[in-house]
Design a protein around this ligand. Structure first.
Ligand SMILES: C[S@@+](CC[C@H](N)C(=O)[O-])C[C@H]1O[C@@H](n2cnc3c(N)ncnc32)[C@H](O)[C@@H]1O
Length: 224
C-alpha cells in the first residue's frame, strides 16, 4: 500500500500521488466482500466541496474506488452540516469520504466509520490518520459499543446486499438514533430509493425527501 509520512497540520494530503492512475479494471467481486481478493492498486481520489477539499487513499476491491461516487457527493453536498458534537455514524464507510467529511466539519464530534470490508476499513483508518482526524473511529459494525446513541447517521447504504439485508441493517442502526436525531441517506432512484423511503415510512419513521439530484434521492429519516 502507498504510504506517506503524516505531517499534521496543515494539509497532510497535499500533493500526495497527484496524477496517479486510478485502479484497474472493475473486479467482479462485490464491494461488500469481507476480504477482497482483487490485487491492491492504491490511488488517490478527490473530495471537492464548497470550502472543503481533500484527497483520500483508495484501492481496488472497495466501493467506487476510482472516484468519489456521485451519490456520495450528492449526500455530502445536499445534507445540512452535521451536529457539532456527539457520536455520528457513517454506515458503510468504504474508504471514508463521508466519515472524513463529517470529522472535518465537526471536529468536536466522534465519527464512527463502520464497514464489513476489511480493505475499506484499513483505507478509512489510513485516511483518518493522513488527514489528522483523531475523531474518526473506524470499526467493524459489531465493534461499536451497544450503548452508543447517534446524534446523526449518514449513509450511502449498500443496496446491493439485497432488500432484506438492507432493511435489517437500516432498522438496527436507525433504532440507535437519539431522540431528536436524523439519518441522512442517499439512494439512487434506479436502485429503489423511492421504495426504500416508502418502506421506512411504513416502519413508522418520518421520511422527507431533502434533495433529488442526478437520479439520487437524499432523504432525511427521523422519529415521528
Ligand atoms: C454504497 S457503499 C458506500 C461506501 C462509502 N460510504 C462511499 O460513499 O464511498 C456501501 C458500503 O457499505 C458496506 N457494507 C455492506 N454491508 C454492510 C454492513 N452490514 N454493515 C456496514 N457496512 C456494510 C460496503 O462494504 C460498502 O463499503
Amino acid at each position: 500500500m502507498l504510504r506517506k509520512p503524516t505531517r499534521c497540520p496543515p494539509s497532510a494530503d497535499e500533493g500526495f500521488l497527484a496524477g496517479a492512475n486510478g485502479p484497474g479494471q472493475a473486479h467482479p467481486e462485490h464491494y461488500f466482500s469481507a476480504s477482497p481478493s482483487a490485487p491492491s492498486e492504491p490511488t488517490l481520489v478527490s473530495v471537492n466541496l464548497p470550502g472543503l477539499a481533500f484527497s483520500l487513499l483508495s484501492d481496488r476491491g472497495v466501493f467506487s474506488g476510482r472516484r468519489v461516487d456521485p451519490g456520495t457527493m450528492a449526500l455530502l453536498e445536499q445534507a445540512p452540516a452535521p451536529p457539532a458534537e456527539g457520536d455520528l455514524l457513517d454506515l458503510g464507510c468504504g474508504y471514508g469520504p463521508v466519515a472524513c467529511t463529517l470529522a472535518k466539519k465537526s471536529p468536536a464530534a466522534t465519527v464512527w466509520a463502520v464497514d464489513v470490508n476489511s480493505r475499506a476499513l484499513q483505507l478509512a483508518k489510513e485516511n483518518a490518520k493522513r488527514l489528522c482526524l483523531p475523531n474518526v473511529r473506524v470499526a467493524h459494525p459489531e465493534a461499536v459499543p451497544a450503548t452508543i446513541r447517534f446524534a446523526a447517521v449518514w449513509s450511502n447504504p449498500p443496496v446491493r446486499v439485497g432488500k432484506q439485508a438492507l432493511q435489517q441493517m437500516l432498522s438496527y442502526w436507525l433504532s440507535r438514533l437519539s431522540d431528536h436525531a436524523s439519518a441522512w441517506l442517499v439512494i439512487s432512484r434506479h436502485l429503489g430509493g423511492d421504495s426504500l423511503a416508502s418502506w421506512l415510512t411504513g416502519q413508522g419513521w418520518s421520511v422527507r425527501r431533502a434533495a433529488s439530484k442526478s437520479g439520487y434521492r437524499v432523504i432525511e429519516v427521523h422519529r415521528p
